[in-house]
Each structure stands twice: as structure tokens, then as C-alpha cells.
Design a protein around this ligand. Structure first.
Ligand code: PLP
Length: 522
């Protein structure tokens, strides 16, 4: 809502508040004592009553020492001022009610572009929760954790096969850390060859983490322009490459959701000048069994297991961003490496050229189990089919929405499509308004205003797990919002109207966040 007058914005907020209140009143029909009013969940502090408790922490075995004996009296306190005191059912209801305020993939269609918010089979969670895996202490010696190490080795091998690369490390904790790992390896590789290089080329469509990782790894970023069709040309890389360029870092499929058709020629241009190709493989959901980064000339690629391989990406949960490399980068992989000696798995720390550790322990292990279970359950053909369905779904949505939301590119879409609209000009309704209105239809909005090269972009990633009916419902909602923006723009501008919370002032929330609860009387 940049550039909008304060008065205009305030009156919009007031209208939004009124509509939300009216709708709220209409919905507030209690069905019984204690029926959850999901529009207002009190804080635990507000529900507290002195002396109430859900647990008897004082009870202990006869003769067992008390905390003060073990820890020393100075480290123990009888009272924590302001600490909420509640019964167990109160706590249970509190958190369940909060969970009902969530928008989540398990409940709603969640086409958040670049995040691959697909349904992830519960079976994979069950595998990760097996006591032998979930209860494994990170300090367990390798010889007592043979099964876990073997699972990691098998997952590495499967990811090497899927990417067409020679070796994999599961070490990085996120896509961005995988990027940093890859770039540090590239830096070490050039240094080892006696020629430090200082620049990394990145296209203007890049994901924001790419330039950030380059800067963190000590490189200077050189921006390559994608052409009018939305992809990189080998000629542009030839123009930019020099003996000081360490690598090109490119996402494929790129952030416009299209395949980089000149990628192999680009790899040749780089390799001729001694530079390497870093392929950001976060969008692997489009490529499994369809195309391999290793065949495109990539020297290093990171994968986001928390997108493609059975852990959802949103919500700030744990991540896993394995890196896969060609042989010449193998010596630089992070420590430790898995090794098999006479049938027994162990960790190898004796690798003098390694870039070392980037994190403690061995990754978010539950995610590795989920990824391996996912790969095993689907098998080669299943993974290929998953990617093909993801591509089909994106192109279906794109085609159906074309009349009012044309694609930002004429190239065929891979796993996601980037769409535009003319509602800003026609009705003073912007992309954020459309996204907020979708919430009223029970649909999580797509990613908006990204990639930056497309004005007012709507980036839609339906994924392979949605039915055609769900995709049609989404298309119908988008069509309805388009029509509504022309006939009743205020309805769209002031959305959402049906949620417990109406439109918030995001700029105010970002600039003056209230992060700490204060008692009312203070
Ligand atoms: C293309 C691309 N690269 C890198 C990343 C960064 O991954 P992470 O959020 O795990 O750091 C993402 C995340 O969605 C991405 O879409």
C-alpha cells in the first residue's frame, strides 16, 4: 500500500474493522457452555488463578533428594512472579484453540510459490518418530548408531542419483546454509588451485538468499540480466565471465518457474574460463526423474529437503539443505564424512582440504528420515510422476487463469507459474488485496511481489498433491475476486472479512512490534 494517503488508509482500516465486527457478530452463536470463541483466545497470563496447578511437581519418591539439595538453595525459588497458574485442561484448550486459528497445508490449499507446500505423508512422520531414531542422542558414538549412519549414507546415495552428482553431504541445516557451504567449497577449490577469485555472477531473477550467501562467503556479486523471455542467455554469461569470476549461481527452474534452456551452454562458457556452476536446486520438485543438475554441467547443487522431500517449508520449522558435488569438489565437503570400514559405519574427520563444520552434530535428523522414507515409498517412477504432476498442476492453473491473470512469461511453466493482473490500473486494487481476499475463501495466498522482476507478481505453486477439484476451486475464487474488484473494489481492498483478525497495519507492526505482554494495570 506504498504511497497511499494516511486518511485513505485509516478509513480503509475502519471499514475493514466494521465489516469484520459485523461478520463476527453474525457468526458468534454460542452452541454450548465453553464453546470456543476462536476470535479471541486469552493469553495464559489472563486465565491464571492463584494456586491452580495441573501438575504436582512436589511429589517424589520417598527418600529422593529435593531440588535444593541437588542444585543448591540459591538456584531454587518458590515463586516466579507473574507465572501463570492453570489446570491441565485449561492449557490443553488454550493450545488447541490457538491451533484452530492457523492456516495450514493440512487444512487448506496452500499454493505459496517457491515454498512447495505440498501434503507430506504422515507415514514419513511416523518413521521419523520411531523411538530408535527420535530418541537418538546426538552424542551417541558412531558404533552405537549404526542404523542412523546407514540411513544417512543411503540417503546421500539416493540424492546423488536424483541430482546426477558424485557425492552428497547432509550437513547444511537449510537451503541458504547449503548455498553458503557450496560457495565456501568453491572458494576453497580456487584457492587450492592457487588462484583466489572474488566474483560470483547471479541473475536478476535470483532468490534473495543467493546474493546474501555470496556476500557472507566473501564474494562480490555481479548481476546478470535475464532476457525478455525470462531466462539467462549464454551470451550474457560470456559477456560477464572473467578470470576473477569464481562461479555463476543460478536457480533452475528459475524463480519465474521456467527451465533455463541454455544451462548446458552456460556451463561450458564458465568451465572454459575455469569458473564453476553453482545450481540452486531448491526447486527440485519440478525435476525429480525429469532432469539432473549433474547433466546440466553443475559442479555443486543444494537441495531443500524441506520443500521437495517430505517436510513442509513454511512456518520456520527445521530445515535440511544437503549439498551435492562433482568429484573435483569432494575433498572440500564439510566435516565429518561418512565412511564404511570393514562393514561398520563411522565418521571421517581426516580430510585436510575440507571447509570444516558449519554446524553442530549431524543435521535435523528427523528430516533426513522423512526424506529417505519419501524416496523409498515413491521409488524412481513415483518421484518422476510426482514432478510431472507438479508441472501439470502449475500449467493447468496458469492456463485456466490466463484470461484475467496472464503469465509473466511465454515459456512453459515448470512447478509454479508467475502471473500478473491489471486490477491496479482498472480498480485501484493491488496484489496484496487479492491475496488477503483469498483468505476469505479458505485459501492460503500465493507468494506475492516475487520475483521482483515482475510488477505485482502472484507466484502460484499448486504442487502435485492437490486434486483437480481443489485447483478449480482456487481458479473460481481468483475469477470471483477479479470480478469483485471491478464491481465492489472496497470489499477486496478491506479483506479479509471472515477471519478472527482483519487487515493489520503491516508497516506499523514491522516498525513498532509489541512483543511482550504487559498486565493491564501497568
Ligand atoms: C530458490 C530458492 N533458493 C534458496 C532458498 C532458501 O532456502 P531456505 O529457506 O531453506 O534457506 C529458497 C527457499 O525457499 C528458494 O526457493
Amino acid at each position: 500500500m506504498a504511497g497511499e494517503s494516511k486518511g485513505g488508509k485509516e478509513s480503509r482500516m475502519a471499514t475493514a474493522g466494521k465489516i469484520a465486527r459485523d461478520m463476527g457478530e453474525a457468526q458468534a452463536s454460542p452452541v454450548g457452555v465453553g464453546a470456543p470463541d476462536v476470535r479471541s483466545v486469552p493469553l495464559l497470563f489472563e486465565e491464571s488463578a492463584a494456586g491452580r496447578s495441573g501438575a504436582d511437581v512436589a511429589a517424589r519418591d520417598a527418600g529422593a533428594p529435593d531440588a535444593a539439595t541437588i542444585l543448591g538453595a540459591t538456584l531454587c525459588r518458590d515463586d516466579i512472579p507473574g507465572f501463570p497458574e492453570l489446570s491441565e485442561p485449561q492449557v490443553m484448550r488454550h493450545f488447541l484453540r490457538l491451533s484452530q486459528l492457523n492456516f495450514g497445508q493440512a487444512l487448506q490449499f496452500y499454493p505459496l510459490g517457491s515454498c512447495t507446500m505440498k501434503y507430506n505423508p504422515v507415514l514419513n512422520d511416523e518413521m521419523a518418530a520411531l523411538a530408535g531414531f527420535a530418541g537418538l542422542h546426538p552424542m551417541t558414538p558412531a558404533h552405537l548408531a549404526a542404523g542412523a549412519l546407514e540411513l544417512m549414507a543411503y540417503l546421500e546415495a539416493a540424492l546423488a542419483e536424483i541430482t546426477g552428482m558424485d557425492a552428497v553431504s547432509l550437513h547444511p541445516a537449510a537451503g541458504a546454509q547449503g548455498e553458503l557451504t557450496g560457495l565456501l567449497m568453491i572458494r576453497a577449490y580456487h584457492r587450492k588451485r592457487g588462484a583466489a577469485r572474488h566474483k560470483v555472477i547471479i541473475p536478476d531473477t535470483a532468490h534473495g538468499t543467493n546474493p546474501a550467501s555470496c556476500t557472507l562467503a566473501g564474494f562480490e556479486v555481479v548481476v546478470a540480466r535475464s532476457n525478455r523471455r525470462g531466462f539467462l542467455e549464454a551470451a550474457e554469461i560470456r559477456r560477464l565471465v572473467s578470470d576473477d569470476v569464481a562461479a555463476l549461481m543460478v536457480t533452475n527452474p528459475n524463480t519465474l518457474g521456467i527451465f533455463e534452456p541454455e544451462i548446458a551452454a552456460i556451463a561450458d562458457v564458465l568451465h572454459e574460463r575455469g569458473a564453476l556452476l553453482y545450481l540452486d536446486g531448491a526447486n527440485m520438485n519440478a525435476l525429480m526423474g525429469v532432469a539432473k543438475p549433474g547433466h546440466m554441467g553443475a559442479d555443486v547443487v543444494q537441495l531443500n529437503l524441506h520443500k521437495t522431500f517430505s517436510t513442509p517449508h513454511g512456518g520456520g520449522g527445521p530445515g535440511a539443505g544437503p549439498v551435492a558435488v562433482k568429484k573435483h569438489l569432494d575433498p572440500f565437503l564439510p566435516l565429518p564424512r561418512l565412511r564404511k570400514d570393514g562393514g561398520a559405519w563411522s565418521f571421517d574427520y581426516d580430510r585436510p582440504d575440507s571447509i570444516g563444520r558449519l554446524r553442530g552434530f549431524h543435521g535435523n535428523f528427523g528430516m533426513l528420515v522423512r526424506a529417505y522414507a519419501f524416496i523409498l515409498a515413491l521409488g524412481g517412477n513415483g518421484l518422476t510422476e510426482a514432478s510431472r504432476f507438479a508441472i501439470l498442476a502449475a500449467n493447468y492453473v496458469r492456463k485456466r487463469l490466463e484470461p484475467h491473470f496472464p503469465s509473466a512469461t511465454a515459456e512453459p511453466s515448470m512447478h509454479e507459474c508467475v502471473l500478473m493482473h491489471d486490477l491496479e490500473k482498472r480498480a485501484d486494487v493491488n496484489t496484496l488485496d487479492i491475496a488477503k481476499r483469498l483468505l476469505d475463501f479458505g485459501i492460503h495466498p500465493p507468494t506475492i511481489y516475487f520475483p521482483l522482476v515482475v510488477h505485482g507478481a502472484l507466484m502460484i505453486e499448486p504442487t502435485e498433491t492437490e486434486t483437480r477439484e481443489t485447483l478449480d476451486t482456487f481458479v473460481d475464487a481468483m475469477e470471483r475476486i477479479y470480478a469483485e474488484a471491478l464491481s465492489n473494489p472496497e470489499m477486496v481492498r478491506t479483506a479479509p472479512h471472515t477471519l478472527w483478525l482483519s487487515r493489520v497495519d503491516e508497516a506499523h507492526a514491522a516498525r513498532r512490534p509489541v512483543l511482550r505482554w504487559q498486565p493491564k494495570d501497568k
